[in-house]
Design a protein around this ligand. Structure first.
Ligand SMILES: Cc1cc2nc3c(=O)[nH]c(=O)nc-3n(C[C@H](O)[C@H](O)[C@H](O)COP(=O)(O)O)c2cc1C
Length: 415
C-alpha cells in the first residue's frame, strides 16, 4: 500500500491512501437501540463517517460497514454484548465517500441498547489482525458461516497466544490506550502499571509451570533406574527398591498437581489469569468511557439539535461508573483466586519436602553400598539438580503470586 506524504493527522500518524483523517487524540462514540439502529453519537463520529445526523439517526449501524470486514467479528461482538459483556474489536469502517478508517471499538451493552467508544489504533497489534481478518473474509466468501468464522477467529487468535477473546480484548485495549497515551504525551496512571505488572506476572507463572513440567519429565526415568540398580543388588537392594516405589508415586502426584494447577479453563491458573485480564479490560473500558464523557461534554461541535447532549453525557457517565464498578468486582475475584493459588502452592511445597527426605534416604543408602554406591550417588546428583529446579520454580510462582496479591490489595485500596 502506498503512503501519502501529506500529514493530515498529528502525532506522527501518516494517512494511507483513501484513509479518513481521525486524530489520535480524538475519540468518538455512537449509541444504538437493541437492534443496532443508531440513536446518538458525537461530532467526531459524524465528521469521520461523513454523514449528517439526519442520515445517521435511525439508520442501522451497518451503514458504515466496510466490505473488507469479516462477518465473524460482528457475530462475536453481538454474541458477547447479548451476554451482557463488553468487547474490544478492531473494525475497519467505510465513510460516506468510500474512504476507510480503522478503529479499536469498545462496545458494551447499555440501557435499551448498545454503545461503542472508539479510539484510533496505533499499536502493532492491528498489523497482526489485518491478515487474520483477510483469511476470515476469504473463508466466508467460500461459504463459512458467521458463527463458524467467529470460531475460526478464536482459533487464529489462540495461535497468536490469546487463549480466549477476553485475553485479546484486554491486551489490545491496554496496548492501544498506552500507545495512544505515548503519542499524545499523556502520562500513565499508576493503576495502569499495576495491571500491567499483574498481567506480566501471570504470563510468567505460565512459563514457570511449563518449565516445572519439563523438570518432572527429566526425572521420570529415575525411579526406573533405581529399580534396575536394586535388582542388581539382590537382597541388599531392598531399601532402594522401596525408595524407588515411593519416589515414583511422589513424582506422579506432583505431575498431577501441575496438570490440575495449569490445565483446562477451570484450573487455578486459568481462573486467576482470566480474573486479572478481565479486571484489566474492565478498568480500561471505564477509562475510555470516562475520557469520552469528558471530551463529549466539552465539544462545542456537538451542539446539534439532533443529539441531546446533557442526556447522552449522563448516559456515558453512567456507563463509565458501571464499568469501574465491574472492574472493582473483578479485583475481588483476583484476590480470591490468588488466595486459592497460594494454598495450592503450599500443597506442592509439601510434596517437594517429601521428595527431599527421599533423596536423603538415597544418600544414606549410597554410603552403605560399596561399588553400586557410586551409581546411586549419580542418581542422587540428578535428583538434586531437578529438585532444585522444581523448588526454585515453585518459589518463583509463590513470589509472582505475592506480587499479584500486593498489587490487587493496592488497587482495591485506591478503587
Ligand atoms: C453500538 C454498536 C456499534 C456498532 N458499530 C459498528 C461499526 O462501527 N461498524 C460496523 O460495520 N458495524 C458496527 N456495528 C455492527 C452492525 O450493527 C452490524 O452487525 C455489522 O455492520 C455487520 O452487518 P451485517 O451483519 O449486516 O453484515 C455496531 C453495532 C452496535 C450495536
Amino acid at each position: 500500500m502506498t503512503m501519502t506524504v501529506q500529514k493530515h493527522s498529528l502525532h506522527g500518524h501518516q494517512l494511507m491512501a483513501g484513509e479518513v483523517p481521525f486524530d489520535v487524540a480524538e475519540m468518538f462514540f455512537s449509541r444504538t437501540d437493541e437492534r443496532g439502529v443508531i440513536q446518538a453519537g458525537n461530532g467526531v463520529f459524524r465528521r469521520v463517517s461523513g454523514y449528517d445526523w439526519e442520515a445517521l439517526r435511525g439508520a442501522p449501524h451497518k451503514l458504515v460497514r466496510h466490505p473488507d470486514m469479516p462477518r465473524g467479528v460482528f457475530w462475536l461482538m453481538w454474541d458477547e454484548m447479548k451476554k451482557g459483556r463488553a468487547i474490544a474489536a478492531y473494525v475497519k469502517n467505510r465513510s460516506r465517500d468510500g474512504r476507510f478508517y480503522w478503529v479499536l471499538a469498545v462496545a458494551s451493552p447499555t440501557d435499551g441498547g448498545f454503545m461503542s467508544v472508539r479510539i484510533k489504533p496505533t499499536s502493532e497489534i492491528l498489523q497482526t489482525i489485518i491478515p487474520l481478518y483477510n483469511e476470515l473474509l476469504e473463508a466466508e466468501q467460500g461459504g463459512l458461516q458467521p458463527e463458524e468464522s467467529a470460531a475460526l477467529l478464536l482459533r487464529k487468535l489462540g495461535g497468536l497466544g490469546y487463549v480466549n477473546y477476553m485475553m485479546f480484548s484486554s491486551f489490545a485495549l491496554t496496548k492501544e490506550v498506552q500507545s495512544r497515551a505515548k503519542r499524545i504525551e499523556k502520562p500513565l496512571e499508576s493503576w495502569q502499571n499495576r495491571f500491567s505488572a499483574m498481567a506480566t506476572a501471570i504470563l510468567e507463572i505460565n512459563n514457570e509451570t511449563k518449565e516445572m513440567l519439563d523438570a518432572f519429565r527429566a526425572i521420570r526415568t529415575v525411579p526406573m533406574n533405581m529399580r534396575i540398580l536394586a535388582s542388581r543388588l539382590e537382597n541388599a537392594g531392598g531399601p532402594i527398591s522401596a525408595i524407588s516405589v515411593n519416589y515414583g508415586a511422589m513424582l506422579d502426584e506432583m505431575t498431577n498437581w501441575v496438570h490440575t494447577f495449569s490445565r483446562g479453563a477451570d484450573s487455578p491458573f486459568a481462573r486467576i489469569r482470566d480474573s486479572i485480564l478481565t479486571g484489566q479490560f474492565l478498568a480500561f473500558v471505564a477509562l475510555v468511557q470516562t475520557e469520552m464523557t469528558r471530551r463529549f461534554g466539552t465539544q462545542t461541535a456537538n451542539s446539534s439539535t439532533e443529539v441531546d447532549v446533557p442526556a447522552e453525557s449522563r448516559r456515558l457517565k453512567m456507563q463509565a461508573t458501571e464499568y469501574r464498578d465491574r472492574a472493582t468486582r473483578a479485583l475481588k475475584v483476583v484476590e480470591l483466586e490468588a488466595g486459592n493459588l497460594a494454598r495450592s502452592v503450599l500443597d506442592m511445597k509439601r510434596y517437594v519436602t517429601g521428595l527431599s527426605s527421599t533423596r536423603m534416604m538415597c544418600k544414606i543408602e549410597s554410603a552403605t553400598l560399596e561399588e553400586s554406591g557410586e551409581a546411586l550417588a549419580g542418581i542422587v546428583d540428578q535428583l538434586d539438580f531437578c529438585q532444585h529446579a522444581i523448588e526454585s520454580r515453585l518459589a518463583r510462582i509463590s513470589e509472582l503470586n505475592g506480587l499479584i496479591q500486593s498489587n490487587t490489595a493496592m488497587l482495591r485500596a485506591t478503587a
